[in-house]
Write a protein of this length. Structure first.
Length: 572
């Protein structure tokens, strides 16, 4: 018995599941604005005091209103029949269809008298397949009151309908009947069996309008020609309906990790119930909490092109009933690349320019003038033209990305030298001779007063010693030259020709001179020596001790002619 019962129970569950998956119509009463009149008597007191107009337009003494259950007539007491206390009308014609009437204590009807028009506007625009209107006409004609009903959508489009609205007494196609009514002039109840009534009107939208948002319903009525009494139309409630099933399943995608902007197709994959008649909408979210509708993405497939990591889900809607499939996350790899050389400035001589770049496998490129190996990024400095260059490193896998860095190829530092040594303390300035264009900077150790721009040495401000002068045209681009500052040139005023090799002769140390001539005279003016060899000197070998005078003439290596007169004493 237990086994049979279990199998039977499973069968029943399976059938129930199948029924749930079948198409069903959902009905959603909606809140609207635009009611113009109160046509429902409520509370204690006269009917005229709790209404603004009757539901019909009879002659005085024969005008009526609907009744709320809490109405108490001053002449007739509590009603035996009335509208429902909660204002919800359940259709006797269409199972599941309900309408929510407006509050009995305020305006609860869009009341159109004669030739006039008005609209009921949804508080929250929604998509649907059918718009249902609850209402009735008062003093309607035998064939009913023609009313043009037009559904307007938020995108500015519309769909029009023509309906014949029966009188609230005796018409067919009603949603509810037997509601009772009260005379607003006498407060006497009319308890005619089955009367009055409220009717339902279905405005079936075209499939092309299913996905649009209903904004308002406009009603336009024309007074029939020859009618003795104004006929009235009352629009009292609006309900939306959709005949659909929601899909079940998941979202499939080929990959979950991509580069920015990569196209990733997303597809709703059904697991038994693909759904039908529902409104689809893809949504995206950066944080998985706040979701945004993707404009135009309403079918079961959508191609995402995220720039950053993004979550996606699919929403199916049947009226106010919704299902969400997903979410799925597409992780976007934010690519990065780096490139840098071992120095920002390179001299074509004696340096190697090689880069460090990540990720590996990229390609190097640079403007014309820089001899660059595209695979390694190494620069052939000797074959490159001096200048500043931007080197680009491009990686295509896994994501395209570039990085740049700047390198400068400088001019090699020219060789240089200083002419006319030796350089005597307090001598004239010494200026370098460059073998190439200038533009670099001269530097020297402390003690040598050098002009950084010209390389000129101020011998008066310099200290005696040996120095190395460096000329730099850029980082690493240098050349050097030795420089010596010697004691100032001093002409002796005493010689002791005794063979001890100390002051044995009158011989000025004058290298790099031409036109040399040394003449020595006795104190009586007799010339005792006349020499033109700068490497030879006067030893006073044939002269006795005493005071002598000499005149020294020469042309230095700068071309300057010098003439020096002095005296010297010979001590023997």
């Amino acid at each position: 018995m237990t086994s049979r019962f279990t199998r039977f129970a499973l069968l029943v569950l399976g059938l129930c599941g199948a029924r749930l998956a079948s198409a069903q119509t959902t009905y959603t009463p909606v809140t609207v604005t635009g009611f113009t009149d109160d046509i429902v008597a409520n509370g204690a007191g006269t009917a005229s005091s709790s209404t603004t107009n009757p539901a019909d337009q009879g002659v005085a003494g024969n005008r009526f209103a609907y009744i709320a259950p809490n109405f108490v007539s001053p002449t007739s007491g509590a009603p035996t029949r009335s509208l429902p206390a909660n204002g919800v009308i359940s259709s006797v014609m269409t199972p599941g269809l309900t309408f929510q009437l407006g509050a009995y204590t305020g305006n609860n009807s869009l009341r159109l008298a004669g030739s006039s028009s008005g609209s009921l506007t949804l508080a929250a625009p929604q998509s649907t397949q059918s718009v249902w209107v609850a209402g009735a006409s008062g003093n309607g004609q035998t064939l009913g009151t023609p009313v043009n009903m037009t559904v307007f959508f938020t995108d500015g489009t519309s769909q029009a309908f023509v309906n014949s609205v029966p009188d609230w007494f005796g018409g067919t196609g009603f949603a509810v009947q037997n509601l009772g009514r009260v005379n607003v002039d006498t407060d006497v109840y009319d308890n005619t069996v089955g009367e009055p009534r409220i009717y339902q009107f279905q405005l079936q939208l075209l499939p092309s309008n299913y996905g649009k948002l209903v904004q308002r319903i406009q009603f336009a009525k024309t007074q029939p020609a020859g009618a003795a009494i104004l006929n009235i139309f009352n629009a009292m409630a609006v309900t939306l309906s959709s005949n659909c099933t929601l899909p079940t399943g998941s979202i499939t995608l080929a990959t979950t990790t991509v580069c920015p902007g990569t196209a990733v197709p997303l597809t709703v994959q059904s697991t038994g119930n693909p759904g039908s008649g529902y409104i689809g909408q893809w949504q995206s979210s950066l944080n998985g909490v706040t979701w945004t509708d993707i404009t135009g993405a309403t079918t079961t497939t959508y191609t995402a092109t995220p720039q950053v990591t993004t979550n996606y889900r699919f929403r199916g809607s049947c009226g106010t009933t919704q299902v969400f499939l997903g979410p799925v996350t597409i992780n976007v790899v934010v690519p990065s690349a780096t490139v840098a050389y071992n120095a920002p400035y390179f001299c074509p001589v004696g340096q190697t320019a090689s880069p460090a770049a990540l990720p590996l496998g990229g390609v190097f490129s640079a403007p014309t003038g820089l001899a660059l190996n595209a695979a390694t990024g190494i620069i052939d400095l000797a074959s490159s033209t001096a200048g500043a260059y931007t080197v680009t490193y491009t990686v295509t896998s896994p994501c395209p990305v570039t990085a740049t860095t700047q390198v400068i190829v400088g001019l090699p530092a020219p060789t240089f030298s200083y002419a006319c040594p030796p350089f005597y303390k307090n001598g004239p300035r010494a200026t370098p001779v460059l073998t190439a264009a200038a533009g670099g900077t001269f530097t020297a150790p402390a003690g040598l007063a050098i002009n950084a721009n010209t390389g000129a040495v101020d011998l008066t401000a310099s200290t005696v010693g040996r120095y190395t002068i460096t000329y730099t045209t850029g980082p690493g681009c240098t050349s050097t030259a030795g420089f010596e500052v010697v004691d100032a040139l001093v002409f002796p005023n005493i010689i002791t020709p005794n063979g001890d090799k100390v002051n044995d002769e009158l011989k000025p140390n004058l290298p790099n001179v031409t036109g040399y001539r040394l003449q020595v005279f006795s104190r009586w003016g007799r010339k005792v020596y006349d020499g033109t060899d700068a490497n030879a000197g006067w030893t006073a070998a044939d002269s006795g001790p005493g005071m002598y005078y000499y005149q020294l003439e020469y042309t230095d290596c700068t071309g300057g002619r010098k003439s020096i007169k002095n005296w010297v004493e010979v001590v023997k």
